[in-house]
Design a protein around this ligand. Structure first.
Ligand SMILES: NC(=O)c1ccc[n+]([C@@H]2O[C@H](COP(=O)([O-])OP(=O)(O)OC[C@H]3O[C@@H](n4cnc5c(N)ncnc54)[C@H](O)[C@@H]3O)[C@@H](O)[C@H]2O)c1
Length: 273
């Protein structure tokens, strides 16, 4: 029996920032499984090399690693030129690189250096990547859309946390950036943004105990009563990369087990996470 698998990203290129770890790396595997050629961008050379080799070996697809700090405009411009030279198109941009800096320091006490680092990487970084990649993406001939942009913000960008004030502001900025990008690039390119909740990735040092402590500090209760997986987020990225989401733009999708949108009813306040 022959099973035909619809590789909907066949002939399409995808560029993933923060592609060496966490959501970015997992998305690389999923995009490759669906036929995409990949540009993986990260500033962590060692992890980037490892992730690229793993994806290429598993799916025999083209995977080009590019070392780049997304907060550096010269680097982003060079990276974009190289990406479009290596692949003949970038149909999907997963604008995902980000980091958490200070924890537990309030907005009045937090230092200027931490402000600059957080805003430069989390907010300016996504803007720079949008800016350079979308110009070239917009010249592509794909129909009905020339390309798709997916940003990565956070639930903290919607419900701001005093434990991570800079991170929260930077992610609120990404949600705003997404709306403006969607308005600006319509009708040819869609732009949407994810707001994940709590998922064990490099941002928590890949440690569930650290993440659970952060949830405890913030008195977080998850209506769906489990912690998030990386796959929960990748499933949404895949939907946003597919034609099934072609009529959606400018939207922010929480993927957090209901923390932001539902909240926990009082009779269930004893949920575990
Ligand atoms: N893990 C969560 O629970 C969670 C929740 C909400 C949002 N997010 C967001 O998800 C995105 C991906 O993070 P993750 O959770 O997969 O963590 P991660 O640390 O596993 O991956 C982030 C990657 O981004 C890279 N990176 C950081 N700064 C960079 C820079 N200046 N230039 C290029 N690459 C850079 C890192 O080297 C790393 O490989 C981030 O934007 C993060 O804020 C994560």
């Amino acid at each position: 029996m022959i099973i035909l698998v619809n590789k909907f990203l066949e002939g399409k290129g995808a560029l993933i920032t923060g592609g060496a770890s966490g959501f970015g790396k997992a998305t690389a595997f999923t995009f490759a499984e669906n036929g995409a050629d990949l540009i993986l961008v990260d500033r962590n050379e060692e992890l980037l090399e490892e992730a690229s080799k793993q994806v290429e070996k598993k799916y025999a697809t083209k995977v080009i690693p590019i070392i780049c700090d997304v907060s550096d405009s010269k680097c982003v411009k060079k990276m974009t030129d190289q990406a479009f030279d290596e692949l003949d198109n970038i149909y999907v941009l997963f604008n995902n690189a980000g980091l958490a800096t200070t924890y537990g320091v309030d907005i009045i006490s937090v230092g200027e250096k931490a402000w600059d680092t957080t805003m430069n990487i989390n907010l300016k970084g996504q803007w720079l990547v949008d800016k350079f990649v979308s110009r070239k993406m917009n010249r592509q001939k794909f129909e009905p859309l020339r390309g798709k942009i997916i940003h990565n913000a956070s639930h903290y960008g919607i419900v701001l946390s005093p434990f991570v004030p800079l991170y929260s502001i930077s992610k609120a900025g990404v949600i705003a950036l997404n709306k403006l990008i969607a308005k600006t690039l319509a009708p040819h390119i869609t732009s949407n943004v994810l707001a994940p909740g709590f998922h064990v990735t490099g941002i928590y040092g890949n440690r569930e105990d650290i993440m659970l402590q952060v949830m405890k500090d913030g008195d977080v209760k998850t209506p769906l009563n489990r912690i998030g997986t990386i796959e929960d987020v990748v499933n949404l990225v895949l939907f946003l990369a597919s034609e099934k989401s072609n009529f959606i733009t400018g939207h922010c999708f929480t993927v957090d087990g209901g923390i932001t949108e539902a909240g926990v009813p009082s009779h269930r306040l004893e949920v575990n996470v």
